[in-house]
Design a protein around this ligand. Structure first.
Ligand code: PSV
Ligand code: MN
Length: 431
C-alpha cells in the first residue's frame, strides 16, 4: 500500500470541484480530434505511459554563483527529499522515479532508503556521480580535473567514486550511472586537448568495467562551465565517440541546456537515435546558456521538436526507450511547483508529438512541400492537449490541477514547521 504524503481525501475534494469542467473540455477536445481522425482515448492512454525522473537536487532551491535564497521547509537530507518527490508524483502521476546524486544524497543506510522509497511508491532512476567538487574527506583535489586529471591519483579516486555510485545504485535498484565531469581548461595551452580525452577514455573504461550487465552508463556532455576555454566532453560528437569506444552499455545523455545558443538540438537527438547511442535526457530550458530554467518555460516548440524526433525513432524501433530526467535549478519558485509543472510540460510535448499526422508529414516531405510539412507539425503543436493530461492524471489517481491541489494541501507550511533551516544554508548554490 502506497503511503501518501498528502491526504488522498484532499486530492479527491480538489478533483470533485474540477471534474465537471474537465469533462466538458475533454469532450469538446475529443469531438475536435475525432474530426481529425484521432481517438482521444488512445492519446489519454498514451499520456498515462509517460514518466520522467525527478532530480533529488531539484527539490531544494538552487542558486547561482552569486547567491542562493533558500525557501522555507527545504528538505535537509535525502529522506526529506524523497518525501517531496513523493508529493510531486502523487499529484502528477508522471514522476515515479528519483535520480540521486552522490555524495550529496549518500544514505547512511541504502537499504532503509530503498524501503522508504518503496513505501512512498517511488523507484530510483540513474544515479549521478560528482567529481566536480572536492569533498572534505577526499585525498586528492579535482581542481585540475577528475577523470582527465594529469594526476593519476586524482583519476583513480574519481574512478573509485563512480564505482561506489554503482554499488550504491545496485542496492537501491537503479539501472544506470550518469557521468558528467566539469573537466576542461580555462586557458589555451593549459591542457593537451588530445591527451585529456585519452585520459578520460582510459578512466571511463575503468568505470564501464564495473557496470552490471543490465545497466547503462550515460555520458553527459556540456559545452562550457566550469571550464571556460574548453570542456573535455563538450559536445555530442565527443560524447558519441566516447560511447562508441566504451561499448553497447555506454550511451549519450542530452541535457537541453548544454549547447551553444540556437543549436538544433532535435537534430542531435535524431543523429544519436539513428546510431543507437541516445541514452537519455536532462530536461530544462534556457535563454542564454545553461540556465536550468523550468522545462518548456522559454521554448516549448523546441521541446516539441525533440519529442517529434523521439516519436519518429520509436516508430522505427519499438524497443527504443531513452531515460527521461529533469535537471533544473529553481531560484524564485517553490521547487515542488516547478517540478510538477515541468513534468507536465514534458508530458505535454510527448502527447503533442503523438498527435503529428506522420503519414501526411512523410507525404509532404517526399513531395518537397515545405509549407505543408511545417504546418503539419504546427497543427499538432498548437493543439491544447491540457484536458488529455488532466484526464490522464485524474484516472491515475493524481490531481486535475497539481499546483492548485498542492497549494490547497498546505504542505509547504506544514514542512516549514517540521524542517527548520540549517545554519549556513544560503551562500552560493549549484545545479
Ligand atoms: C551540470 O551542469 C549538470 O547538468 C550535471 O547533470 C550535473 O550532475 C547537474 O547539472 C547537477 O550539478
Ligand atoms: Mn544535467
Amino acid at each position: 500500500m502506497t503511503q501518501f504524503i498528502i491526504d488522498p481525501a484532499q486530492v479527491e475534494q480538489h478533483n470533485a470541484n474540477q471534474r465537471g469542467a474537465l469533462q466538458a473540455d475533454y469532450d469538446a477536445l475529443g469531438d475536435m480530434l475525432s474530426r481529425r481522425g484521432v481517438d482521444i482515448e488512445a492519446l489519454t492512454a498514451k499520456a498515462q505511459t509517460f514518466a520522467v525522473a525527478v532530480p533529488s537536487w531539484g527539490v531544494g532551491t538552487g542558486g547561482t554563483r552569486f547567491a542562493r535564497f533558500p525557501g522555507v521547509g527545504e528538505p535537509r537530507d535525502v529522506t526529506e527529499k524523497l518525501e517531496d518527490c513523493a508529493v510531486i508524483h502523487q499529484l502528477t502521476r508522471a514522476t515515479p522515479t528519483v535520480s540521486l546524486h552522490f555524495p550529496w544524497d549518500k544514505p547512511a543506510d541504502p537499504r532503509a532508503l530503498r524501503q522508504q522509497a518503496d513505501a512512498l511508491g517511488l523507484g530510483f532512476d540513474a544515479v549521478n556521480s560528482n567529481t566536480f567538487q572536492d569533498q572534505a574527506s577526499q585525498a586528492h583535489t579535482y581542481k585540475f580535473g577528475s577523470l582527465t586529471a594529469t594526476s593519476q591519483a586524482a583519476r583513480e579516486q574519481a574512478v573509485a567514486h563512480n564505482i561506489d555510485c554503482i554499488e550504491l545504485g545496485k542496492v537501491l535498484g537503479s539501472k544506470g550511472l550518469t557521468v558528467w565531469v566539469g573537466d576542461g581548461a580555462n586557458f589555451p595551452g593549459q591542457s593537451n586537448l588530445r591527451g585529456a580525452l585519452e585520459r578520460y577514455i582510459d578512466s571511463a573504461k575503468g568505470i564501464y568495467a564495473a557496470l552490471p550487465a543490465d545497466w547503462l552508463m550515460y555520458i553527459e556532455h556540456k559545452l562550457f562551465e566550469p571550464a571556460f576555454y574548453c570542456s573535455v566532453i563538450a559536445d555530442w560528437g565527443t560524447s558519441f565517440a566516447v560511447a562508441q569506444q566504451l561499448g553497447d552499455k555506454a550511451k549519450c545523455l542530452v541535457d537541453l541546456g548544454h549547447h551553444a545558443p540556437n543549436t538544433n538540438i532535435e537534430m542531435i537527438v535524431a543523429r544519436l537515435a539513428q546510431f543507437g547511442k541516445l541514452g537519455g535526457f536532462h530536461f530544462n530550458d534556457s535563454k542564454y546558456g545553461d540556465d536550468d530554467l523550468d522545462s518548456g518555460s522559454i521554448d516549448p516548440f523546441q521541446l516539441f521538436l525533440v519529442f517529434n524526433e523521439l516519436a519518429d525513432a520509436a516508430l522505427r524501433n519499438p524497443a527504443f526507450s531513452p531515460a527521461y530526467m529533469l535537471d533544473q535549478s529553481h531560484n524564485v519558485t517553490d521547487p515542488i511547483e516547478s517540478l510538477m509543472s515541468s513534468a507536465v510540460e514534458v508530458q505535454r510535448a510527448f502527447v503533442q508529438a503523438a498527435l503529428v499526422d506522420r503519414t501526411a508529414l512523410a507525404g509532404f516531405q517526399e513531395g518537397n512541400d515545405a509549407l505543408q510539412a511545417a504546418q503539419t507539425l504546427k497543427r499538432a503543436f498548437r493543439t491544447d492537449v491540457s484536458p488529455i493530461l488532466a484526464m490522464a492524471r485524474l484516472r491515475a489517481g493524481g490531481a486535475i490541477d497539481p499546483v492548485a491541489a498542492y497549494r490547497a494541501s498546505g504542505y509547504r507550511d506544514a514542512v516549514a514547521v517540521k524542517r527548520p533551516p540549517k545554519a549556513g544554508a544560503s551562500g552560493s548554490g549549484i545545479v
